[in-house]
Design a protein around this ligand. Structure first.
Ligand code: A3P
Length: 293
């Protein structure tokens, strides 16, 4: 199949986006959420796939185990705003999903989330990852994902990251916007990638209690084992190997899965510049990240 071309970024209501996530805007905004829908929202590269897989296993692994080996995760957890020529759109996939609850992936900034999710009081899990590791992961992702804009070299990519000229806009605004929203909204759970790395099982328990799931300790243990980086990397239904738009010869989707890989990419000068800029952009929020474990 011929792949759609790499898109260019443009300003969409103040957020940098590409046409593959905006062409379908009316359908996205008019999406009919249900009270039992669960949204996994994140800035790109924060660990959305990881949490999607955890939830899919918690809800469905004992009900239909065969699904695990035959249906790619992106079909089980559709990507709400995706709309690409040659592929069914996220909204179409969601409208034909028969599993309950529907687990929905989104990278939308909080003010772009379709209003029916708020009206229906659907639960939302926001996954956040420190800016430096996110930037590194995003750089490698844009190299291998043929439907993302050309990343350019690392230095120019990092400058654009700081300017918010990335698909789905500014990391800083994304994270601050969702953090502010969750303060008064008990339907939002804020998860950190770094906490998931440090204590996966503890975070799976936290997810269960947020979702009101009385999962047996045994199931939680099994899920924790299955979602370990090494196991996910071997699992073709979740490791990005069936996505036609990924060129795994350039970089893997399950690339490193570490906290602190930024140290292998940032020069001393880039790090100083980044820290200085970070302080300015994040001074009006109390969300705190770990960049080393
Ligand atoms: P790296 O590129 O740093 O390896 P998303 O799913 O939001 O696109 O995030 C992808 C990032 O999450 C990648 O980061 C990927 O390796 C990491 N990831 C996915 N599953 C993981 C797991 N089980 N453990 C640790 N990291 C994981």
């Amino acid at each position: 199949m011929e792949l759609p071309p790499r898109p260019t970024l443009f300003d969409f209501h103040g957020v940098s986006m590409t046409k593959y996530f905006t062409d379908n805007w009316d359908d996205i905004q008019n999406f009919k959420a249900r009270p039992d829908d669960i949204v996994i929202a994140s800035y790109p590269k924060a660990g959305n796939t990881w949490v999607s897989y955890i939830l899919d296993l918690l809800y469905f692994s004992h009900v239909s185990p065969e699904r695990q080996d035959s249906v790619p995760l992106y079909e089980r957890v559709p990507f709400l705003e995706m709309h690409m020529p040659g592929f069914p759109s996220g909204v179409e996939e969601l409208n034909k999903l028969i599993t309950i609850p529907r687990i929905i992936k989104s990278h939308l900034p909080v003010h772009f989330i379709p209003k029916s999710f708020w009206e229906q009081n659907s639960k939302i899990i926001y996954v956040a990852r420190n800016a430096k590791d996110t930037a590194v992961s995003y750089f490698h992702f844009d190299r291998m994902n043929m439907v993302q804009p050309e990343p350019g070299d690392w230095n120019s990519f990092l400058q654009r990251f700081m300017e918010g000229k990335m698909v789905f806009g500014s990391w800083y605004e994304h994270v601050k916007g969702w953090w502010k929203e969750k303060i008064n909204n008990s339907n939002i759970l804020f998860l950190f990638y770094e906490d998931l790395i440090e204590d996966t099982e503890g975070e799976v328990h936290r997810l269960c209690s947020f979702l009101g799931l009385s999962a047996a300790a045994e199931l939680v243990k099994k899920v924790t084992e299955k979602v370990h980086f090494d196991n996910m990397k071997k699992n073709n239904m979740v490791n990005g190997s069936v996505e036609e738009v990924f060129d795994l010869n350039i970089s893997h989707f399950m690339r490193k899965g570490k906290v602190g890989d930024w140290k292998n990419h940032f020069t001393v000068q880039q790090n100083e510049q980044f820290d200085e800029d970070y302080e300015k952009k994040m001074k009006n929020t109390d969300v705190r990240f770990t960049t080393v474990l």
